[in-house]
Design a protein around this ligand. Sequence first.
Ligand code: SF4
Length: 197
Amino acid sequence: MAVTRRQFMKVSAASLAASSVGALGFVGAGDVLAAGVRPFKLERATETRNACPYCAVACGVLIYSLGDKSKNAKSSIIHVEGDPDHPVNRGTLCARGAASLGYIHSANRLKYPMHRKPGSDKFERVSWDFALDRIVKLMKEDRDKNFIAKNRDGVTVNRWLSTGFFGGSSLSNEAGYLTYKFVRATGILGFEDQARI
Ligand code: SF4
């Protein structure tokens, strides 16, 4: 029979309580005590696997959320812990990763593209279409203006030095590979990424 992690935790807690009291000679008291053991706090939560985005290690995390869409209750993340099956961290997290619930719910967290118009003193929310069109337009303008096909000795170099690109540790191998290919194909040399695993 396959036993899930949370079923194991629940059974273990109840068994420990029952056997301890039973060992002291209080026959029957163990059952009463086991019945009063609180259910494992994550038993009803939805478990989602992901990677911590904070640094290049990219530790595996388990994210637990509560909320039942069928009852119109808003889903919310209630707990984050290290993924014991992840080959990088084997269930461990550093202090930053262990505190990730804080930045998930932070009021300062950036959740969508923001744009500051020329001359404005504030950022305003914009659509992804607007942000992507604007980025592409500015990149093209800058590349057309600053692309270096040959150096002063006439050697082909195909460099674009006036724009840089930044990747992220949450990208999969495939997304990282495509990002690298795209960036190098444009001639960009300034490419940084916090993931070096
Ligand atoms: S848990 Fe710590 S070490 Fe692991 S990816 Fe996050 S910040 Fe890096």
